[in-house]
Design a protein around this ligand. Structure first.
Ligand code: C5P
Length: 220
């Protein structure tokens, strides 16, 4: 069962968005609320796991018995993950990490150019945190998320293989689903198994997800 598996296991979770600074007062962000990752952290801690939660900028209380590390950017999240991944049994990457960051963050507030109707920001690729963890020889059981507005399962399966993940949780976003919402519908996918969990609260999804890992990690 859930408790038998998770009791004493250590779990690292990333959650929330990342903010990529443009200048001291502006950033590029996304609509991730962090609720899914926080629900997983809370449920796992209740089941007896030792939980470290690396959180992007979110407005959520820290669940009981969870060690929380706050970060802002993808690079800061990557640093925190690099410091912690090697000592855990399972890594769940629920964060909506920005794919790109601003190439040269301005040290002063960027002024409006009154002579121009356009401005260009140069972006460079952020490290893919979950793919990096999945490449390490001492990697934990690695779980990713795939939030898509279309072809959810197909893209998720592709990501599972391409990023060398042990498991991926596919969720349809948009139309009030997923991001910012309190409810979610997840399809849990490993190389061997696929399980669809119909629309329910994020805490119910967390419970089903942790039970699925307990089942599949055990028989891996
Ligand atoms: O490729 P895509 O961003 O759709 O992949 C989503 C999965 O990859 C999520 O688990 C997310 O946390 C992770 N990810 C990451 N680092 C990135 C981009 C995505 O860990 N730079």
């Amino acid at each position: 069962g859930l408790k038998t598996f998770w009791q004493g296991k250590s779990l690292l979770i990333t959650a929330g968005p990342t903010y990529e600074n443009i200048d001291p007062v502006r950033f590029i962000g996304n609509r991730s609320s962090g609720k899914m990752g926080f629900a997983i952290a809370e449920t796992a801690a209740k089941a007896g796991a030792k939980v470290t939660l690396i959180a992007g900028p979110v407005n959520l209380a820290t669940p009981q018995n969870v060690k929380r590390i706050d970060v802002r950017s993808a690079e800061q999240m990557f640093d925190a993950v690099q410091q912690h991944y090697a000592s855990v049994d399972v890594f769940i990457s629920a964060a909506a990490v920005a794919d790109f960051r601003v190439a040269d963050m301005a040290q002063q507030k960027i002024k409006k150019q009154s002579d121009s109707d356009e401005m260009t920001l140069k972006l460079i690729k952020n490290p893919d945190i979950v793919a990096w963890v999945a490449q390490q020889v001492d990697k934990p059981f690695v779980v990713g998320f795939a939030a898509e507005t279309q072809n959810v399962i197909e893209y998720a399966k592709d990501k599972l293989v391409r990023k060398n993940l042990d498991m991926i949780c596919a969720n349809q976003v948009g139309d009030n689903l997923g991001f910012e919402s309190n409810e979610n519908e997840l399809v849990l996918i490993t190389a061997q198994h696929q399980q669809t969990n119909p629309l329910s609260s994020k805490s119910q999804q967390a419970l089903d997800l942790l039970s699925f890992i307990a089942k599949n990690e055990a028989i891996r």
